[in-house]
Write a protein that binds this ligand. Structure first.
Ligand code: CDV
Length: 346
């Protein structure tokens, strides 16, 4: 039975240090309307959607830092009210990344999933893999990534969740006839944020919950030799291509290895005319193929109708976890963090 839904990635182009959050929300609404007019039922926005990528700058703790964050429960934010209203009115779900400041003053790089069917946020996530450094790089003109300074690592498990109202005829609890219910219910979704996408572990944890559609927002700098550590000198163009290559590599490989679709949305382009970030927002199928992809580094939407039934091929054959995984050999994955090499030879 086909299980078709239409998904969109809403890529957001440059957002400057002086851009107001309100003007950015106007742009997000324009992207929302474009996606909704093309039939999107689910829209993915980027990581830290409301501001410039502030972790590249050094700020003092306190008000100077906190102005980049949304305080308290985001579902009550007056700033996002127009987006929640548009989603409720047009019956469109969305994933959204933002900087979260909790009521007890904790800072996280967070995302949420809003279900239009239920009229509320049904899943929250906080970025687990925080890249970069705590202290700025020594080189004065280096592009910094101070996420370890500004955010706590996420404390919410990689919990897959089902979103109602997206698939016609989805099997519900209590309706089970004879036979398996697997691959027949409401879509099973997962959320990650930016650097998380490079790590196979969270994909697998979601994969083990039958995740069919991964949602990811990102801000990926196209130029930061200090961060990427390449030994080979590169032109800006070569560096951009290399960063884009790795972005697509991990998205395609992890979608394939977990037999799921994925949608990822970039905060792209040159913030303040100089801090370049890649575009490459895309929709990927469970065989690892890109089915839709942005062409610019500006505000742009890509939309595709996907059939979650296509996840069954991988989940039942090559990546049938139940038949082929060998957990007795995977202990180190969760027991050990860093690398311990075998002893040197005599
Ligand atoms: N915002 C990010 O997490 N960015 C990282 C760094 C390494 C550029 C990324 O993985 O894309």
């Amino acid at each position: 039975m086909p299980r078709i839904l239409t998904v969109a990635a809403a890529q957001v182009g440059p957002v400057h240090l002086t851009s107001s959050k309100e003007e950015t929300v106007e742009r997000l609404l324009a992207l929302f309307n474009t996606a909704a007019s093309q039939g999107a039922q689910l829209i993915v926005y980027p990581e830290l959607t409301l501001t410039t990528f502030f972790p590249r700058h050094l700020f003092q703790n306190g008000d100077e830092l906190d102005k980049w964050f949304e305080k308290g429960d985001i579902s009550e934010s007056p700033l996002l009210k127009p987006l929640f209203e548009a989603a409720a009115e047009k019956k469109v779900d969305f994933y959204f990344g933002y900087a979260e400041l909790t009521v007890d003053s904790k800072h996280y790089n967070s995302s949420f999933y809003y279900s239009a069917e239920l009229g509320k946020i049904i899943s929250r996530y906080r970025k687990v893999h925080l890249p970069g450094t705590f202290e700025p790089f020594a080189k004065a003109d280096a592009v910094n990534q101070l996420e370890k300074r500004y955010f706590l690592p996420g404390d919410i498990p990689f919990d897959a969740f089902r979103a109602p109202g997206l698939i016609k005829g989805a099997l519900k609890k209590g309706q089970e006839a004879t036979g398996s219910t697997i691959g027949k219910g409401d879509p099973i979704l997962g959320q990650l944020i930016c650097n998380d996408r490079r790590w196979p572990e969270p994909w697998r944890v979601y994969g083990l919950q039958g995740m069919e559609l991964m949602l990811i927002g990102y801000n990926t700098t196209s130029h930061s030799p200090e961060l990427w550590g390449s030994k080979k000198p590169m032109t800006l163009d070569e560096e951009y291509k290399e960063v884009m290559f790795h972005h697509k590599l991990v998205m395609q490989a992890n979608s394939y290895g977990n037999s799921c679709f994925s949608v990822c949305a970039a905060r792209a382009g040159a913030d303040d005319g100089k801090w370049g970030m890649i575009g490459g927002s895309c929709i990927i199928d469970p065989q690892g193929h890109i089915v839709a992809e942005t062409k610019t580094d500006d505000d742009e939407v890509v939309v595709a109708a996907i059939d979650l039934e296509d996840c069954r091929q991988g989940k039942e054959k090559i990546f049938d976890f139940d038949r082929h995984r060998r957990t007795e050999h995977y202990g180190l994955i969760s027991e050990q963090t860093g690398v311990k090499e075998p002893e040197l030879l005599e």
